[in-house]
Design a protein around this ligand. Structure first.
Ligand code: HAM
Length: 420
């Protein structure tokens, strides 16, 4: 019979032996975001396809090639390829723009892109993202970049920060003309998708994944030479603030990002430890997106980190935090004379330990005395207690510290207090 229990390509399982790394990482991110005033937002896995076309942009690879789209009865829906569109849709729809500005939100989500699967590039992946809505100030750009860097540092991941400014609509008009003039002689050699982007959105020609297009784009004009005065001043202030915070960066005029909503500051954190898919975090400003979605003109910015890539980087550095282990294993040593009373006392003692937040275990597989001792060792239990006839009679037990071998005598109902 065909095995139906096979995982799909481009998706991963996280097993109990590794899920603690995810939990600790997610907790650290949420705790750090909180210190900057960000609170969690949750929103659906799918949205109307139109939302992503309007926000991510119809000439992007994400929209043209990578969306997982389902035709429903009422509309066409897409599994979110990223978080910004859905998060901002939720902000708008729920009236958060009427609250005190800036609004600061974060999310931990799964996202879906139909890409060529490889290490660090999946069909279903996970992001930690943060968005700040309502501030046009360069200090907001610096804060967003600082928070991303703070999280990466706390995770022990070494990264390089690359920043750029891709200007506003006004600077782009001149820049697009320069790009078209540059690409025009080689237009026929570009891939089909890039040929169709030539008129509509020539900046997209700069982040095509085809080697031929990459080669042609190598000496293309750079946006930083075309910034208007306001955008240039904004970028200068962001850089000055980063310097005053001691945050090292490289200006990389080739960063254009793969999503259309960006304006002005864009950035990426690159890890040197995880191979080709090295961008662990990407983000930037998107001052036109909220208006594009039908809301009032409102500046905004944010970033997202790829969880799988972060965890690869943490493993490469061997600095995943440690998992918790069983605090207390209780061996129930029932005999004919105890008639099941040892198991009853064991169950009660485990409950008392759990009520104090301890991880307590006892046998559920019919193991004998020796096999239970062996099992306690195997799972690395910190403390061991045996409850048998004499313990039931005296109401006391010996609590054994499995690491040191030390034992102490304790009242049965006080075990939870002595296992520290
Ligand atoms: P993005 O650069 O498309 O930006 O994705 C952010 C991060 O998600 C990437 O740097 C990468 O670590 C991870 N990632 C993307 N695609 C995949 C994939 N197929 N497999 C594994 N990891 C992946 C955004 O998504 C924007 N929404 C970020 C943002 C928020 N900008 C402003 N606010």
């Amino acid at each position: 019979m065909e095995l139906v229990a096979t995982r799909n390509k481009g998706a991963e399982d996280v097993l109990p032996s590794e899920s603690y790394i995810w939990q600790n990482t997610e907790r650290l991110m949420a705790d750090t975001a909180k210190t900057y005033g960000f609170r969690e937002i949750r929103f659906p896995t799918f949205e109307k396809t139109e939302l992503f076309i309007r926000s991510v942009g119809e000439t992007t690879d994400v929209v043209q090639k990578e969306m997982w789209t389902v035709k429903g009865r009422e509309s066409t829906y897409t599994l979110r390829p990223e978080g910004t569109a859905g998060a901002i849709r939720a902000v708008l729809q729920n009236g958060l723009l009427n609250e005190a500005m800036p609004q600061k939100i974060y999310y931990q989500i799964s996202a879906f892109r139909h890409e060529n699967v490889q290490k660090g590039r999946l069909w279903e992946f996970h992001q930690f993202g943060a968005e700040m809505v309502g501030s046009a100030a360069p200090a907001a750009d610096a804060q967003i970049i600082q928070m991303a860097g703070d999280i990466l540092n706390k995770l022990g991941i070494s990264t390089e920060l690359h920043i750029n400014s891709i200007g506003c609509k006004q600077c782009r008009t001149k820049y697009y003309e320069a790009l078209r003039a540059y690409f025009a002689p080689d237009k026929e050699k570009l891939c089909e998708t890039c040929q169709s982007r030539f008129e509509k959105n020539p900046m997209r020609l700069l982040d095509c994944k085809s080697e031929i297009c990459k080669g042609i784009a190598a000496n293309a004009p750079i946006i930083t030479d075309y910034l208007c005065d306001e955008c240039a001043e904004h970028f200068a202030k962001v850089k000055a603030l980063l310097e005053s915070l001691g945050i090292e960066y490289t200006v990389d005029p080739r960063i254009v990002r793969g999503l259309d909503y960006y304006t002005r500051t864009v950035f990426e954190f690159i890890s040197r430890d995880i191979g080709a898919q090295a961008t662990v975090c990407g983000g930037g400003r998107y001052d036109g997106l909220i208006e594009e979605m039908g809301g009032p003109s409102t500046p905004a910015l944010g970033f997202a980190m790829g969880m799988e890539r972060l965890i690869l980087a943490m493993k490469a550095k061997e600095n995943g935090s440690s998992d918790s282990v069983c605090d207390l294993y209780i061996v129930a040593a029932d005999s004919d004379s105890t008639g099941g009373k040892a198991l009853e006392a064991t169950v009660r003692t485990a409950s008392a330990a759990r009520a104090k937040g301890k991880w307590a275990e006892y046998d559920l597989c019919g193991r004998g005395f020796k096999a239970q001792m062996k099992y306690a060792n195997k799972i690395g239990a910190k403390y061991l207690v045996v409850i048998g006839e004499s313990e039931l009679e005296s109401g006391t037990v010996r609590v054994k510290n499995m690491a040191t071998g030390e034992e102490s005598e304790t009242a049965l109902d006080a075990v939870a207090d002595v296992i520290g």
